[in-house]
Design a protein around this ligand. Sequence first.
Ligand SMILES: Cc1cc2nc3c(=O)[nH]c(=O)nc-3n(C[C@H](O)[C@H](O)[C@H](O)COP(=O)(O)O)c2cc1C
Length: 457
Amino acid sequence: MSDQRPLRFALYEQASVGCGGAPSLWTHPSDDRLGVNSLDRWRSTAIVAEQANLEAMFFADVLGLYDIYRGSASAAVEWAVEAPANDPFVYVAALSALTERLAFVVTASTTYEHPFSLARRFATLDHLSKGRIGWNIVTSYLESAARNFGLDAMLDPQDRYRRADEFMEVVYKLLEGSWADDAVVADRERRVYADGGRVRPVDHAGQDFRVAGPAVTSPSPQRTPVLFQAGWSPRGQQFAAAHAEVVLLPKKDPTEIRRGLDNIRQLAQAAGRAPEDLKSMALARVITAPTASLAQAKYDDLQANYHLEAQLVSYAGDTGIDLSRYADDEPLTTQSQGLSSYVQKSGAGQAPLTARDLRERFARVTRGSDLLFIGTPDDIADQMRDHASASGLDGYMLNPLTSPGTLEDFAEQVVPALAARGLYDTDPKNGTLRSRLRDDRSDRLPSASAAGSYRFS
Ligand SMILES: Cc1cc2nc3c(=O)[nH]c(=O)nc-3n(C[C@H](O)[C@H](O)[C@H](O)COP(=O)(O)O)c2cc1C
């Protein structure tokens, strides 16, 4: 038995045919993602996740089509790269009614939402789901999304994060500060629903938002939904340190992950937060079968249904770099500091990547930069234990390669192998999402958090 605590697992999803990270695999004959518009299909997935005792089903989201590759959205809709993009809030409202214990994390953008309406929507979902809700806070990265919301171009990263910080302040004021814990009296005899003196305006006036308040929703089980965030730039890490309860990572190198997490935890501590209030999960792919050669055969079968062009569409949308415009030997360039890691070879010399390097990398299901666990269930459990102990990660978010497929394999084969090592909590999850994640089992954000100072007192 390991002395390590059980790892935490969530399912990465998107209300789309082409889920991020594996865009063309919906073409696999066993995949049913073409049923994106069928609630039955999503219910089946959620039930498997619930029965497997996953921490949460996570919904990524984008607010525009990927239209960088060849200068239009044609290839993105042909390959269903993060398309269509249905509204994850509507899925989660329905799925939380069709499940009893599974928690859900919804992606919502601080750049294109308004904090008053978003706080209201989250509070309502938190009530109806009995506190099974988290929020993946994003600042959004597509120019196409900016154009859908009346802007000519994206805000620059500094402005996006400044706005995001103010957005959070407004949400905390509304959800944590405008109704006292005991405001709702619900007394039919006295004819009092809520004590008017225990509900107060927020009167927020800042650079981006003016919100009078109070919130129009009553206090929900968690108040603020559990906060997930995936910033990895210096500014993104600063934001995570200020707000995130679960940090998500797109990285695989354990040393790099540990360095980043240490930095975020130090910043969080400097802001007065307890370092253990920040959990972390990395996006991971899992390919497993009872023997190593069957696992390799599964990999080969995925590879046979894998299409380079869909990857290039995805890469172009993520980075703004359109490889259709590059000759094979041409080195990639970007003006953006944030994107420099996408165009430099890692390791000695830091030579720029050429278009050929990337085409070769993206021709493989695992794309070089992705965290992949492949092998028998025992191999995978051992690999995860070693990776988590080297990186300091709390767990992994499973990126479905095929659906059904990846989740079912994990639930049926890998969970028992993890459980045998003490690395999986098989007790049914109960209570609010936050109470499951926190050592003190609290439903609420701690007073030593960015939200704490806005509480009604
Ligand atoms: C696991 C994971 C999931 C993400 N999901 C989304 C998403 O659904 N929508 C989105 O706009 N960005 C998403 N992102 C991007 C992040 O919000 C963030 O912009 C990115 O990690 C770059 O960090 P930076 O903003 O600090 O540069 C995700 C990133 C990761 C690692």
